[in-house]
Design a protein around this ligand. Sequence first.
Ligand SMILES: Nc1ncnc2c1ncn2[C@@H]1O[C@H](COP(=O)(O)OP(=O)(O)O)[C@@H](O)[C@H]1O
Ligand SMILES: [Mg+2]
Length: 373
Amino acid sequence: MRKPTNPFIVSGYHSPAYFCNRESELAWLTEQFANERNAVLYSWRRMGKTALLKHFFYHLEKTNRGEGVFVDLLGTINLTEANKRIATAIVNRFGEMGSGLGVRLLKLIGAIGATVGLDPMSGTPQVTFGLSNSQSIPASFDAIGNFLAERKKPVVICIDEFQQINNYEENNAEAVFRTWMQNFPMIRFVFSGSHRGMMTSMFSEEARPFYRSAQLKSLEPLKPDKYALFIESHFSKGEKKIARTQVDKIFVWTRMQTYYAQLICNKLYSKGNVVSDSLLQEAYTEVLQQEIPIFSTYQQLLTAFQWKLLVTLARHEAVANPLSQDFLSQNSLGAASSVSAALRTLEKKDFVIYENNRYILHDTLLMRWLQSI
Ligand SMILES: Nc1ncnc2c1ncn2[C@@H]1O[C@H](COP(=O)(O)OP(=O)(O)O)[C@@H](O)[C@H]1O
Ligand SMILES: [Mg+2]
């Protein structure tokens, strides 16, 4: 594989050399796999769940212990779409270019009512589905399960952004996935998601189908010392220099949200040989500028009052008691009841999260931008 020009990867996963630490998390995932347990990985967005899962797959396949299938449910709205995503991921993963798709894979494609052809541009297999109705969903899940269970090597299927199923049109989506998992004990499932509350309640509430059916792990920010070493060593390999004090400033500015720290380092790496305060400022500005078009559309998703509350929370960075009289009057927010309702919407829409007894913005960059306007 070609080496990246910039060692600070900002999309996807390359190889262990460009991935910082996560040793204990990798060991944990490997242990769940080795002992036939299903796993749940959750954290706020952009901390590194997807990258960690790809890192896990890399090791699994390198050591020949198993095969990984990665499915992302982001944007799916019902079981039919989930089913298509899963089938497509499987065909892309196991369909060999050149040597054809194999008898088993063709059988699977037939069983789920799909057809397959080659994409004329890329030459990769393309799955096309007929107009399937929801009746065929269980049968289709079954066919997929059989296919995976019959592979020679153990298969891990990772279903990313799994909290999405909470918003599906069907109200039995959880039960359908749970039955699927139960019917195929020899397939390993890893569910990951970026809504901590939704993920933990799905797997730990007694009345829910997934109750106690998997091991849960919360992905914490990278350890500052390890991450600083990683950053410094990549700078020095490229004959560049960044001081630890600058690295610490990046950690504060990004609140250790991995993606943004990577983004800043990526910019700095391309900018000069010695990182100075002014270079750092330049990188912050550039990164913010890049996101403004997206951020400004957020305003339309919220009422004027919700937006005002969001800006207020951003300016305070973390607020323990947004309903206290002091906070309300200092920020002219009016009645506690309206703040409470707005807060619920902001949480539901994932703008605001409640952690360590404080309300904070989910997205660090959005927070920095709101602080600057
Ligand atoms: N341990 C890590 N070392 C280096 N870069 C990482 C690490 N974890 C995540 N990243 C980077 O951060 C980006 C965002 O991480 P991602 O896995 O997409 O987060 P999540 O899935 O939690 O939203 C990734 O594309 C990757 O470039
Ligand atoms: Mg992800």
